[in-house]
Each structure stands twice: as C-alpha cells, then as structure tokens.
Ligand binder design. Structure first.
Ligand SMILES: [Ca+2]
Ligand SMILES: [Ca+2]
Length: 508
C-alpha cells in the first residue's frame, strides 16, 4: 500500500451521549432535507433511453443512449436522439444491460469512461420495469457513476456493476469503483478542499439498487462518498477495495444514512471489507461530517482486516448502528460505533449468495436467518427491494424473508423397535430440510406411562446448531410402567428460531 495512504489518527476526548444526540439531529436533518426537496418529476419531461449502446453525446444516429440522456438532462439541450431535459429530469431505462464502452478514465464531463453527473437540478435515473434486470455496467477501466460536487442524483430499481478504479500513479488514486459522490472531499488527492469552499456536497439517493462486482485499488469498492448518501432497500455486495471499504467508504465530510441496507460479501486486503468511515478531525468547526448511520440493516459476512467496519475516531463516534447484524468476528473497538448502537452479532449471516431474483441482485434471507423479525413493526419501510410488502413483520436488510414463519424446515422423525425384555427403543432423527440453520436444537422426552428410560436421567439432549445435510439421531430405550396398557412417549423438538415439533410414540 502507498505511503501517503496513511491517515493520521487524532483523538479529541471520548464520545458522549451528547455526541449521539448531535448525530441523531444531523440524521433527522439530512432525512428531512431529502423529504422536503420539492419533487418536480411530475412536470419534468421523462427522457426515455432507447438503446443499450453507449453513444457519445455528439452521435446523431442510433437512438437515445444512457450517456446522451444524462447529457440532455444536464444541459437541457438535445443530445443524440434524446429530447432536451428541463429542470429535474427523470431518465427512464428499459430492462437490459447498459454497458459503458467509451474508453477514457479520469474524465469528468460525461464524455468518456464513467457517467458524470454535475447538475444540481436533480437527476433521477430509474428502471422503467424493476422486475426485469436493468443494469449499468462499467467498462472495466473506470468507475460507473460519478456524482460531482453540488450534483444531485437519484437511482431507483437498477444495478451498478463492473466498475474498476485502477492505480494510475502518484496523486492519481481515486476512490469509488461503482459510484463516487464528491463533496467537500475531493477524490483525486483524498484531501479536504481549502477553507471557504465548503457546503458543496454532492447528493446521491439510492432506492432498490444493487451495487455489486466493482473493484477499487483504493477506497470504496462499491460506493465512495465524500458527499451525502441516502440508501434504502439496497444491496451492496461482492465488491472489493484494496485500501478499505470494500462495500462503502465514507470519508471526511461524507455522510451515509442507510435504512434496510444489506452490505455483505464485500472484501478488502488492507482495511475493512464492509464499511470504512474516515472522519477528518483537524477541522475547527463542526460540519455533519464523516458519519455513517445504519438502521435495520445487515453489515455482516464481509472479509477484511476488520470484516465489517472500520472507523477513524475524530470528534465523535463516526458510526451509529440501529438494529444491525454484524459478524461475530468484528472487533467492535475498530468499528467506533456510538454507545447507543444496537447490534446482533452473528457467525452466520443467514443470507443466500448474491443472485438475480425478480429482476434484482439480492441476498435473500434463508430459513433460520438471524435478520428475521429483528426490527419493531413501526420502523418498517412499507416494501422491500423486490417491492414486496413488508406488512408488520420487519426483517433487517434489503429483502424480507419469504416463506413459512416460524421456520418449518426442521423435521423430526421417530422410529420404534420393540425389544424382547419388554423395552422399546425409540430413535428420533432430526433433519434440516433445505437451506438454513437452526439454533439451540433440543430433543426432550415426556412420558408419564413409562417406568424408566435410558440413558438414565437424560430426558433432554442438546444438539446445538443444526445444519442442512447433517441429520442427528437421539436414541432412548424405554421401559413401560407395569400394567400400563397404553404406554406412550412424546418427543419434543425445539430450536430457538424454528417451529416446535412433537411426535407421540406407542411403546407397548
Ligand atoms: Ca469522472
Ligand atoms: Ca467520465
């Protein structure tokens, strides 16, 4: 790793409840500022992209490409076959793979490499039919989307993949391979801007978006933000960053507010696989800076020097976790989360591998998932990343668990064998059918009409964690009470996260 990558750590006292309150106020302010931003979608003309080809703005044939549509929206002039934009525009994408193919990294005018957003009028890029895959794919030599200072971008119902940030030499290292948002932190030097040039935060909002399979040689495999990022019902998975923040990097003046966000299966060689938060502590004022707040989210199953989170401590704790799954391997001292944080530590994330489902790249909860029902019903977003209603059952992460609940795939099967001296052997076989994991699995025997059982005195057997493909068997030898004509035993199978099963067995 490069020498000038090292960021100094300064400590300015310890965090306090007051700091947590300040953080909460800032979060509310950020959320409100998004909600109060007037929506002009209804009066602005939608710009329909008609081809998946990546056409330069100057091209006159071939229809309306995504790059041209963004250009038309931002310049309010026609570009290629796209109508001119007006005010806050909405660019609509039909299902398909929009692969960026015009070479030229490190360019910020939307002409080559990444798609550059500079307009502060507010641009939305949305999938017209999110139930079918709509993907923007990078060209493998630059990031995919670049939100510059002051710009405002909203993405809905699509996926961002194939971004690549390569090391191009001294002072040319950038961050954010999938999406980068600039603010009062600029990308190229990784330094704050000079005094007096603040409050030009780029703003990105993502809803029902997947950012996957992007790779950065520096920070932020999936997303880098030095501006304001609001993420709901979205998945950041399978991204990689050498320096840190395999999933997401939030640095200096950047803010992340994530609700029902899944950040999993991301990785990093030198830093955090999940999220990296880097306050810039040498400022003598208090901007709402370098902060990540996760609510009802999954930040687990990432790989790195610190698996899920790493933060540099500045004026206050830089990470707040409100009902968040974290890997049990995560060192909480490295995460620097506020005292008010609430987490569930897991060794198993309970998520399926990243897969295309109903048009979206998601990691869906498996039976037994520790994310299920971990949030109070009042905090549910009404639908999930797959646009399914959550109802009053609130799971953590981007997608809700679909299937029977309590989980039903833990099965109990009993077989009996009558033995010659008047005893009966009962075998109880416990199987987990299909994917999932059952915790604290336990078999207990209840029987009033038996005289004795073996192993003696051991009515209950703790089986620990039950996994698919590894059935376990518990054997009891039962002796009926003399004179009892209808001796019966009942076996009860319980697990903390599965439906209880009972099986009655005649033993005479
Ligand atoms: Ca750029
Ligand atoms: Ca570019």
């Amino acid at each position: 790793m490069r020498g000038n990558l090292v960021v100094p750590i300064y400590r300015f006292g310890t965090g306090s409840k007051g700091a947590g309150l300040f953080r909460s106020i800032v979060l509310v302010f950020l959320t409100l500022s998004f909600l109060l931003t007037p929506s002009t979608d209804s009066r602005a003309a939608g710009i329909k992209v008609t081809t998946t080809s990546d056409l330069p703005a100057s091209a006159t044939n071939g229809g309306c490409g995504l790059r041209q549509a963004i250009q038309a929206a931002q310049t309010n002039q026609s570009a290629g076959g796209c109508h001119p934009g007006q005010g806050a525009d909405k660019v609509l994408l039909s299902p398909g793979n929009y692969r960026l193919s015009i070479p030229g990294a490190g360019e910020d005018n939307n002409a080559t490499g990444d798609l550059d957003i500079w307009s502060n009028e507010g641009l939305t890029v949305a999938a017209g039919n999110p139930r079918r895959a709509t993907t923007i794919t990078g060209n493998g030599e630059d990031r995919v989307l670049h939100v510059l200072r002051d710009a405002r971008l909203t993405l809905t119902g699509l996926a961002v993949t194939g971004g690549r940030i390569t090391d191009r030499g001294i002072n040319q290292f950038e961050s954010g391979a999938g999406i980068a948002v600039e603010g009062d932190q600029v990308l190229v030097t990784d330094q704050p801007l000079p005094e007096g040039s603040y409050s030009h935060q780029g703003q990105l909002r993502i809803d029902r978006v997947s950012v996957f399979g992007n790779t950065s040689d520096f920070f932020g495999g999936g997303i880098f933000t030095g501006g304001d990022l609001t993420a709901t019902n979205s998945t950041v998975a399978g991204n990689h960053a050498k320096a840190g923040g395999g999933g997401i990097a939030v640095t200096a003046f950047g803010n992340l507010s994530g609700t029902n966000l899944t950040v999993s299966a991301n990785s990093s060689e030198a830093g955090s696989g999940g999220v990296h938060v880097d306050e810039y502590p040498l400022r003598h004022y208090m901007p709402p800076a370098g902060m990540a707040v996760f609510t009802d989210s999954i930040l687990a199953g990432n790989k790195g020097v610190t698996p899920d989170c790493f933060a540099l401590f500045g004026f206050r704790y830089p990470i707040e976790l409100n009902r968040v799954l974290l890997s049990s391997a995560q060192d909480m001292a490295k995460c620097q989360a506020t005292e008010e944080s609430s987490t569930t530590r897991v060794g198993w994330t309970g998520l399926s591998p990243l897969a295309l489902k109903s048009g979206a790249r998601v990691m869906t909860p498996l039976p037994g998932s520790p994310a299920v029902l971990k949030a109070p019903s009042r905090s549910c977003l009404s639908t999930d990343q797959l646009a399914r209603r959550r109802g009053n059952r609130c799971d953590l992460g981007a997608t809700r668990y679909q299937g029977p609940f309590p989980f039903t795939t833990l099965k109990l099967k009993t077989t009996r064998t009558a033995n010659s001296p008047g005893t009966t052997t009962v075998k109880a076989k416990v199987t987990l059918a299909g994917p999932g994991r059952a915790f604290n699995t336990r078999i207990c025997l209840t029987a009033k009409t038996i005289r004795s059982f073996k192993p003696a005195g051991k009515r209950c057997h703790n089986l620990g964690t039950t996994k698919p493909g590894t059935p376990e068997t518990v054997t009891y030898t039962l002796e009926p009470r003399p004179g009892s004509k209808t001796a019966r035993a009942t076996l009860k199978l319980t697990a903390t996260n599965y439906r209880t099963r009972t099986s009655a067995v005649r033993i005479r």
